[in-house]
Design a protein around this ligand. Structure first.
Ligand SMILES: NC(=O)c1ccc[n+]([C@@H]2O[C@H](COP(=O)([O-])OP(=O)(O)OC[C@H]3O[C@@H](n4cnc5c(N)ncnc54)[C@H](O)[C@@H]3O)[C@@H](O)[C@H]2O)c1
Length: 295
């Protein structure tokens, strides 16, 4: 399997395409417009330049990686002849069901269909396809070319064979795959999101300020980044939506999103992507507040 398609050229999609292409795969990168594809390709080129500057790869590696990626604005054209599709489109259940229904119609029958969803049920997505045994979660972390983990999520019907293929393939990308089952939040977000929510609750209750909470967790627990800053990087809207999936999925009040998080999302304070969250990311403060590891 050396030819894959990636759906969505946003934050995660361009990172996934970059990672496959740098590992020697031919990648068809698909998005809805030429403008989104151009943004995605520009980001990949910029990230490769940074790797060249740090002498992690050569100019020739960069050129080869870029040459491995072809862009498409039509799914049907982009998924012909590929052994694997990794979907990384916007986190919206109706959109994902529509995409997988289409993939099921237009992909060769052996093609494995993977999704990078943070929270939507793999089993629910698989159920709209004609191959639920070949649908699997491939949950990469942001930024994809740097983060080692690939959380591999088995849907109810995913076979051992498909799971093993994806586990092995993840290793060829230089990732460390971890196999988990399909329940709300999987493992990563089931543990991370309650911690982030509790940090927001701690702020909301006036126990301590933003810097104090993050400093306690960084210096006291050896976390590389405080939970409130991490929430800003993930996007507060994304955190809210994952908590809602867990709250509804388990019917358990312990996952109820903090009212402060709900209010911030309603007010459009979404973190780094909107210029403000728990920290200020306006142009003048961005360098100060954006962690060096992501810059
Ligand atoms: N951002 C993160 O930190 C993170 C981490 C892990 C997983 N995820 C998951 O990855 C997925 C993508 O998230 P993102 O942060 O990259 O979002 P994003 O908004 O940055 O990018 C989404 C892209 O999908 C494209 N798109 C929308 N509909 C499409 C369609 N029908 N066909 C093709 N492309 C389409 C959009 O144009 C956009 O370019 C989501 O499922 C999200 O939950 C995100």
């Amino acid at each position: 399997m050396k030819h894959v398609a990636v759906i969505g050229a946003g934050t995660m999609g361009n990172g996934i395409a970059h990672t496959f292409a740098q590992s020697g795969f031919k990648v068809n990168l698909i998005d809805i417009s030429d403008a989104s594809l151009k943004r995605g390709m520009d980001t990949i080129a910029k990230n490769l330049d940074r790797m060249v500057a740090k002498e992690k790869i050569t100019e020739a590696d960069k050129a080869e990686t870029l040459a491995n990626i072809t862009t498409f604005t039509t799914t049907e054209d982009g998924v012909k002849n590929v052994g694997l599709v990794v979907e990384a489109a916007t986190e919206n259940v109706d959109l994902k069901l529509k995409i997988f229904k289409q993939l099921s119609d237009v992909c060769p029958e052996d093609t494995i269909l993977a999704t990078n969803t943070s929270s939507i049920s793999i089993t629910q997505i698989a159920a709209v396809t004609n191959r639920p045994d070949k649908v699997i979660g491939m949950h990469f972390m942001n930024p994809v070319p740097i983060m080692k983990l690939a959380e591999i999520i088995r849907g109810y019907n995913t076979t051992d064979e498909v799971t093993n293929t994806i586990m092995e393939l993840s290793k060829t990308l230089g990732k460390v795959p971890v196999e988990v089952n399909d329940y709300p939040g999987f493992v990563a977000n089931r543990i991370l999101m309650p911690m982030i929510n509790e940090s927001i609750e701690t702020l909301y209750n006036g126990v301590a300020g933003v810097n104090e909470i993050d400093t306690v967790m960084k210096l006291g627990m050896a976390h590389p980044m405080g939970p409130l800053q991490l929430a800003d990087f993930i996007g507060l809207d994304v955190c809210l939506s994952i908590l809602e999936v867990m709250y509804n999925g388990f019917k358990n009040p312990k996952y109820a999103p903090c009212p402060l998080l709900v209010n911030m999302v309603r007010a459009g304070k979404l973190g780094v992507k909107s210029g403000e969250g728990f920290y200020d990311y306006s142009e003048s403060r961005k360098a100060e507040n954006v962690s060096k590891q992501f810059s």
